[in-house]
Design a protein around this ligand. Sequence first.
Ligand code: FAD
Length: 341
Amino acid sequence: KDAVEKTVAMDKNDYKGVWVYIEQFDGKARNVSHELLGQGRILADAMGQELAGVIIGDNVADLAKDAFASGADKVYLVEGSEFKHYSTDGYTITMTDLINTYKPSVVLMGATNDGRDLGPRVAGRVGTGLTADCTNLGIDEATGYVAWTRPAFGGNIMATILCPDHRPQMGTVRPKVFKRPEQDFSRTGEIVRVASKVKAGDIRTKLIELIKVGTASCNLEEAEIIVSGGRGMGKPENFSLIEELANVLGGTVGSSRAAVDAGWIPALHQVGQTGKTVGPKVYFACGISGAIQHVAGMSSSDLVIAINKDPEAPIFKMADYGIVGDVMEVIPALVEEFKKI
Ligand code: FAD
């Protein structure tokens, strides 16, 4: 009801500026936040408006310098021990309050676990829409609105979505869609400190234990080399070959959804439309056919090397190098050769 009333009362001219939610974990900003600052700078310049970062956390003021270096003109900073770890309630209350108070025209968030949780809740509360999981962002020439692009209909078309009637224009954007900008540490900006509005009892969840799952061994979004295995690996035990090749190259193990669905590897390794979007320097696709939903998550890799026994496999159409052969023979041979380097 509140959101509907707000929508009716909304005057778009009151909303100015591009915001990037700077997601942090353990006091470190996620790469995607910097990628979005880079793209946010381009949008803000095109709109003739300022770019601001929003930082919520406990003792995170240092992140502001980094945000200025990546292009922000201003940082809204909300600190408090209640923000030490992400909580849906605490961060939603805070982000909603900031938007209602300072009225940005555009809000960008990473399509991460936290961003996917926070974005839609905040959008609902401030009475606007949200385009989730975008793979591109630009300005629509005819209207001057942000043009959000995302896959639709199972990845068969790319839809471009505008938000004509409501503000802010909000969206979550996948990591690695944009390159991290070159930082300029001579840039400075204004820090606007905002007091926390979170009251005792507002946060209804309690963090009991933080279990770090595979961040070191499976940080696919930030990996420079990824070796992915698919159904063509034949059985779960054969994934040890994928691990061996990844190890010898200092890479990270990825997979297709078929391998995840078969229970051969945990879902956090999945690359693709419903998995991670990756952009490594080198991507090995081993026994992966190259379905559109898989390619949607790895097509921005700099170099793709495909190993498949079927010369007609679609993956070869987008691969830079293709090896037609059995993964059980080709991968051990590659491991042997790479060990010599
Ligand atoms: P297959 O398509 O079965 O391909 C196996 C390949 O291995 C074949 O090309 C075969 O020639 C080759 N092969 C077999 N044996 C050998 C051997 N010994 N040596 C060498 N090559 C061999 N998929 C994803 O990956 N990620 C996603 O995020 C994703 N999201 C989806 C979302 C939706 C809504 C839908 C409908 C589907 C999604 N899929 C996703 C599934 C996708 O459509 C494919 O089914 C999946 O990618 C196929 O995985 P695969 O390439 O491992 O298996």
